[in-house]
Design a protein around this ligand. Structure first.
Ligand SMILES: Nc1nc2c(c(=O)[nH]1)N[C@H]1C(S)=C(S)[C@@H](COP(=O)(O)O)O[C@H]1N2
Ligand SMILES: [Mo]
Length: 454
């Protein structure tokens, strides 16, 4: 019934979390407080009402809680007094103390657990690479268990010779490794409806970035002898029950599209398309077809369900735009971010992610007063095309209300827009392609919440 994001999640309460560092209390793991306000007023430029959804402890209470558990002051800690565990010869997992840093589903957002979304915990990640076990997952019909020995990729259509490739065949071709993001076209979609999604995990967590290894699609298209005069589109089809299919324009296919088997140095994870997926850099996630089993070269777009019924943008005049696939430049502050709490006055590092489907990040500006004044953030190398870029800025919080925003400018000169600028063009009925500037409000108690400025 729902297409990626337009329902309102309700929330199970979950245990307290660890996993924020520095003087920031972690974002809560639950979504909305049951019975809480789900829609919010549009806030004006003034630092008026608080849109905080959580009945958080007061500033002083939080400090007291922290003092209950002081670090051991005398003697050796227990882990220094005996031999440790033997070396680990199994697949490694994160520390027990990090077990709350997981992908999370937003209950009620989708009608089944198979046609669903697990969001990446952006507020807890460093740098630009998403650990494979935390990469977001979006499935239309569940995650198939594909046996790599039996898996086949068929390439046919306008080709000299149709071919069936085994995984062993594909692994023999010259490989490339590149760092790219994948962002679902519906990421941040609920902001269109002005729903106060409380944490960055749920507002922006359909976004991840990996080092991918595979074969350029152009290599395989050359191998089958695609018709360079007649070919206009390549259809990609997945081996899941949805047979998810999307058309890729030939100029994109021949440019930087990859047929991928490697993710962060190892084989793809099952949830990300094991053993083979398409990767269409800079383009909305749905085109990066997972569990890839078929590529068909054609002379026109294939007009599949996922490009006619879904993934179109309904414009104010009632006409739907089709094939709007590039993920335009976007950025978000991941800390401090919604649901976190600043525990002290003084120094904070404001940090976040910026990216563009059209190239590299050129500059990121940060504002702490809702966009009246901007300062240029520092960018952490590497700054790569169609990849996440980490930015940071020093900030002293003196206890006043603040409105934190980031704004990216990409290598084409495009500037990340305000939500009102997007609404002026796209109206209020959109689901996809919201790349607007995000605002986090810090209240005088240090509570951080998601607000939308009019
Ligand atoms: N075969 C197949 N490919 C698919 C999907 C799917 O359900 N089936 N979901 C698509 C969508 S909508 C997105 S956003 C990305 C998500 O990739 P990920 O699950 O690896 O994060 O995969 C795309 N490829
Ligand atoms: Mo998606």
């Amino acid at each position: 019934m729902l297409n990626e994001d337009n329902a309102l999640p309700l929330s199970p309460q979950e245990p307290a979390v660890r996993g924020s560092y520095g003087r920031v209390a972690p974002a809560p793991t639950h979504f909305l407080v049951p019975g809480g306000d789900t829609r919010r007023r549009l806030l004006g430029g003034l630092l008026g009402g608080s849109a905080t959804l959580f009945g958080a402890a007061s500033f002083a209470q939080q400090k007291t809680e922290r003092q209950v558990n002081p670090p051991p002051s005398t003697g050796l800690p227990r882990w220094s007094q005996a031999l440790g565990q033997p070396v680990n010869t199994t697949y490694g997992t994160p520390s027990e103390y990090e077990k709350n840093i997981v992908r999370r589903q937003s209950p009620g957002l989708t009608t089944t657990n198979q046609s669903s979304i697990a969001f990446a915990p952006l507020q807890n990640l460093f740098g630009i690479i998403t650990p494979s076990g935390l990469h977001f997952e979006r499935d239309h019909s569940g995650r198939p268990d594909v046996d790599p020995d039996q898996h086949r990729l068929l390439i046919h259509g306008l080709v000299r010779e149709a071919k069936i490739f085994t995984m062993a065949d594909i692994l023999r071709y010259p490989s490339v490794s590149r760092i790219h993001f994948i962002e679902c076209g519906a990421n941040t979609g609920m902001e269109w409806a002005n729903v106060a999604v409380p944490t960055v995990q749920y507002s922006h967590g359909m976004l991840s970035c990996s080092e991918y290894t595979g074969v350029l699609l152009s290599t395989l298209l050359d191998e089958v002898g695609y018709d360079s005069k007649k070919s206009r589109y390549v259809l990609a089809e997945g081996a899941d029950a949805a047979s998810l299919t999307r058309s890729i324009p030939i100029e994109v296919a021949l440019n930087d599209v990859m047929v991928v088997y490697g993710q962060n140095g190892e084989m793809l994870r099952p949830e990300n398309g094991y053993p083979l997926r398409l990767l269409v850099p800079g383009v909305q996630g749905v085109s990066s077809v997972k569990w890839l089993r078929r590529l068909k070269v054609g002379d026109a777009a294939f007009e599949t369900r996922e490009e006619t019924r879904h993934y179109t943008d309904l414009m104010p005049d009632g006409i739907s735009r089709q094939y709007t696939w590039v993920q335009e430049a976007k950025s978000v502050i991941t800390s401090p971010s919604g649901g976190q709490k600043l525990l002290d006055h003084g120094y904070y590092e404001i940090t976040g992610l910026a990216w563009s489907g059209r190239g590299a990040v050129k500059r990121v500006d940060v504002s702490t007063d809702g966009g009246r004044n901007w300062k240029t953030a520092s960018l952490q190398a590497p700054i790569l095309s169609k990849a996440l870029t980490r930015f940071r800025m020093d900030w002293r919080w003196g206890g006043d209300s603040a409105l934190l925003q980031s704004r990216v400018i990409d290598s084409t000169g495009y500037v990340q827009p305000l939500i009102k600028q997007l609404r002026a063009v796209r109206g209020a009925r959109s689901i996809y392609h919201n790349n607007a500037i995000q605002t986090w409000q810090v209240d005088p108690l240090g509570n951080v919440s998601n607000v939308q400025l009019s």
